[in-house]
Design a protein. Structure first.
Length: 327
């Protein structure tokens, strides 16, 4: 029989971002949702009061706003936030600080060191930050990574590292009948194939290669529609690229959506065109929804997709291979 404490243990969970910028924030919120509240009493720390805080409140969590200024120019604001986080650990009685990302870890690590609190660094990105990684690793009591690809970021010093792949809610991401109303709302005719991609519009997600693949398919298989769910700094440039390729009527930018399972249900193929990918949470979501997957063989993706068995893997930055796989 499990022994549980008389009262749940207070902990602080620090988010890198106040907005939902990708799977890292969604996975953090899933973790907070799944924690046994009889054992743990989490408080959520955010750098600003945005979507992450709003969803945290929906989970019944206490929200604490502590600015996390950029570390490129550390100064008094940096010191002030470290002190504020340390005071928060003391006043809440937090026994542990959990840092979701590198910036959160720098602040959480320094605050934890000053207050003699253990700090867990949750790492979701495979690319190394060099000397910064070594400093954060030294501050961390333990490190959680989401894939073997992320583990290799710490290949020379892996004693503190534990692999815990991202999980998803299989009740939410369960196969269902597609909605013709949603398909129409997305601007896709009922008779047209629908290819879906979900992710931030940043260079590492590879949407430029996806659009080039779409143009190749259009030349041999006209009428395919492409739904791109997400937001980011490259959205305007990608829209211009779609227009230049003659795909303005067939590429649909939807912004971020909360009905991802329903959108996956109307898709004929899901595509992840990433150049870099620490894990690939959205691939797991698509597979759980029984949506065929085409993905690039980068980072942690080959740990999820068995090539030719549970999906099709292609080289990164190769629109021709991507088009062939989708076709």
């Amino acid at each position: 029989m499990d022994e549980r404490p008389d009262r749940p243990t207070p902990i602080l969970v620090v988010s890198n971002h106040g907005a939902i910028v990708g799977g890292g924030e969604l996975s953090l919120l899933d973790l907070l949702h799944g924690l046994d509240r009889r054992r743990w009493a989490p408080g959520l720390v955010v750098p600003d009061d945005g979507a992450v805080a709003a969803r945290g409140r929906d989970l019944g969590l206490p929200i604490h706003v502590v600015p996390l200024p950029t570390l490129r120019r550390p100064g008094y604001a940096t010191l002030r936030s470290v002190r504020a986080l340390g005071r928060l650990a003391r006043t809440t009685g937090a026994r542990l600080i959990h840092a979701n990302g590198s910036r959160a870890m720098m602040y959480g690590g320094l605050a934890g060191r000053s207050m003699s609190r253990p700090v867990i660094w949750h790492v979701r990105i495979a690319e190394s930050d060099g000397v910064v990684d070594r400093a954060l690793y030294a501050l961390a009591t333990g490190v959680i990574v989401t894939s073997d690809a992320v583990t290799r970021r710490f290949c020379r010093a892996a004693g503190k590292v534990r692999l815990v792949p991202n999980g998803i809610d299989l009740a939410r991401f369960a196969p269902r009948a597609p909605s013709p109303v949603l398909r129409a709302a997305l601007g896709v005719p009922s008779s047209s194939p629908l290819v879906l991609s979900i992710g931030r519009f940043v260079a590492e997600k590879g949407h430029r290669h996806l659009l080039e693949a779409a143009a190749r398919i259009e030349r041999t298989r006209p009428g395919v529609h492409w739904v791109l769910v997400g937001a980011g700094e490259l959205e305007a440039a990608l829209w211009r690229e779609a227009q230049a390729l003659g795909l303005a009527s067939q590429v649909h930018f939807t912004g971020w959506r909360d009905d991802v399972p329903d959108v996956l249900a109307v898709a004929d193929v899901f595509v992840l065109p990433s150049v870099n990918e620490g894990f690939g949470r959205v691939v797991v979501e698509a597979m759980a929804m029984a949506c065929p997957v085409v993905a690039t063989a980068v980072g942690g993706v080959p740990e999820i997709v068995r090539a030719g068995e549970t999906g099709v893997l292609v080289p990164a930055s190769d629109p021709r291979a991507l088009a062939d796989a989708v076709r």
